[in-house]
Design a protein around this ligand. Sequence first.
Ligand SMILES: [Cu+2]
Length: 275
Amino acid sequence: MKIYKFLSLFFIAFNLFTLSSCRNNDDDDPQDTSTGNLQIKFENGFNNLGDIVLNQTVQTSAAGQKHKFSTLKYIISNITLIDEGGNEFKYNENNPDKGAFIVDQADAVAGVIYLNLNGIPKNNYKKVKFGLGINPKAYFLGQDGQAEFWAKAKQKGMSWSWAAGYVFVKLEGKYGTASADTEFMNHAGNMGNITANDMPDLYREITLSLPTTARVTAEIRPSIHILADLNQFLSGTKTLSLTTGNNMMMGSGQHLVDVTNNLTTMFKVDHVHND
Ligand SMILES: [Cu+2]
């Protein structure tokens, strides 16, 4: 009897041991808390012309206006990765110092601007979501709460005064009918306390499906390659024309609300690299 009891205890212990060793070998182990890195590439172009070269690439809008950019910059923040089960991993949410980036066409290397994220939980991701601009919740944290990013934005010309806030999207260049020779500046963003001033909120969130799963592991750093089609600026959901009334606009006036809405649809994930 005694030996029987001993053997059954031994059997239970052995089973527990094999179960736990099985789990350790399982690749999809939910207990696996390892992290990896992820890269997001932004490639700004006109879908019919390819990459944009500042001061060079000339496009004709749906309304027939020739236009080219001398400055093309926007803020990306609150990047969220969504896995197969719909669970979200939020990368430094509403923490601009760690989670906001400036995509500046002047920084493009062979047409691509690189954002590097680290500490991403190992997982298979199906969608990426991000903010265009800075969430008012983050801005309301105050200047001390984002000193590092504020300094960066200032240096990159992506801020007004602190009281006036961030420039979310900065487009400058030239436009015209026969040739692109008249200057324009469209700086879109939330000026100051939009709630108190009852102004439109230009912060936008964009969700994109990945054509291939991004498999983050300690060894594999996937790269999500996003194309931004700047045709959406003037030839998007709403056809826009630059005029003397809107060619030097800053803040969140109606033209800039329209520009922001058009740009919100310009992104798509072209492909994902898993290597
Ligand atoms: Cu690529």
